[in-house]
Design a protein around this ligand. Structure first.
Ligand code: PLP
Length: 369
């Protein structure tokens, strides 16, 4: 089986992990945590980095740090991971959905203005799969209406928008370090910001909101979203190689696109827009409507042929948990629905070999012949 993801851990990972073990620093108090926060924030041009236990926790903390809650609305894409909407719903606020562009699969900036109401407090942007969302119009709208921006850059390590790093656009921007990400720590995440007060709030929320002067006294409820020195050791070794990883992903993306070109009924991911080159976090493909089977059937058959796959996200307005809450009654978001039904991605991990890419492409070609 060619796995859908295998990370590359052959840099300084072992060396830094050994330092943790030999020094005894394994908790969140260890020195690598602060170093990773500093170096990761610098890499995306931000003043502060706050490492947390995963990318979903980063979104929960970001929503809480901005004090979004009952009566507030947060505009976000219909097509994203549930972590985005879950953070908003858990805070007691309401997610307001916007459909995707059919070209980049990101939230369609042109549809946002129509969703703004007097209750709108924030726009949550999530860049998906390879290309960033079109940030300039989104930031202009946010400025005009006094809205906060949460930028979910979980998948966009090393990516840029018009030359500026993804992760540099939100009042708070978040990342994930899950093993399929370009920088992995096993589990992990990061919040970055330029705002000292927001950074301080995130630090407090990450650590149960301990009162600074008297530990075990709490003015507010936080979480244990702490990040360990062991995770940070991995993260530092990974971050050192980010440019190399981006180049490798782009080369893999170009190879897949070449090998999969011209297959009838198969839509390939956009390689670029006028503002960015895809970083091919994953190589996502979409089955055109004329094909007689959907993504689930394609993935089943590819699995039988030894190729690991994952389905695309399932749109928020069609999530059973949100249907039961009557959050999005009668809403339709045609592009998000099409992507959920007809999209999946092929093996895309950094350790994938050229021979494996060729095998995967051959299996996909046979499937659709
Ligand atoms: C866009 C996006 N946001 C958030 C997350 C959540 O990150 P984590 O799995 O670290 O909780 C992911 C995970 O893949 C993601 O793709």
């Amino acid at each position: 089986m060619i796995p859908v993801n295998t990370p590359l851990l052959d840099g300084n990972e072992k060396k830094y992990l050994l330092e943790c073990i030999e020094s005894g620093w394994i908790s969140s108090e260890g020195p690598f945590v602060e170093r990773l926060e500093r170096e990761f924030a610098a890499r995306v041009g931000r003043r502060f980095g706050i490492a947390v236990s995963n990318g979903s926790a980063a979104l929960d903390a970001a929503v809480a740090a901005l004090k979004l809650g009952a009566g507030d609305e947060v505009i976000m894409p219909a097509f994203t991971i549930i972590s985005c909407a879950a953070a908003v719903v858990r805070a007691g606020a309401r997610p307001v959905l916007v459909d995707s562009e059919s070209s980049t699969w990101n939230m369609d900036a042109a549809q946002i203005a129509a969703r703004i109401t007097p209750r709108t407090r924030a726009i949550m942007v999530a860049h998906v799969y390879g290309l960033p969302a079109d940030m300039d119009p989104i930031l202009a709208l946010a400025r005009r209406h006094g809205l906060a921006v949460i930028e979910d850059a979980a998948e966009m390590h090393g990516q840029t928008y018009r030359g500026r790093p993804c992760g540099s656009f939100g009042d708070l921007s978040t990342f994930s370090f899950y093993p399929n990400k370009l920088v992995t720590t096993g589990e992990g995440g990061m919040i970055v910001t330029d705002d000292a007060a927001l950074a301080e709030r995130c630090r407090s929320l990450r650590n149960l909101c301990f009162q600074p002067r008297r530990r075990f006294v709490h003015e507010e409820l936080g979480w244990n979203f702490r990040f360990s020195n062991v995770q940070a050791a991995l993260g530092l070794a990974q971050l050192e190689r980010l440019d190399e990883f981006v180049a490798r992903k782009r080369a893999m993306g170009a190879r897949y696109s070449r090998l999969l070109a011209g297959i009838p009924g198969l839509r390939l991911p956009a390689a670029r827009t006028d503002y960015a080159e895809s970083v091919y976090w994953v190589h996502g493909v979409v089955l055109e409507p004329q094909l007689r089977f959907d993504a689930a059937e394609a993935m089943r058959r590819l699995g039988e042929a030894g190729v690991g796959t994952r389905p695309f996200f399932w749109p928020m307005h069609r999530q059973p948990v949100f249907e039961r809450m009557s959050l999005f009654p009668g809403e339709r978001h045609a592009v998000a629905e099409m992507l959920g039904e007809r999209g999946f991605y092929v093996p895309s991990g950094l350790a994938l070999t050229e021979a494996q890419i060729e095998t995967v492409a051959q299996r996909v070609r046979e499937l659709l012949a």
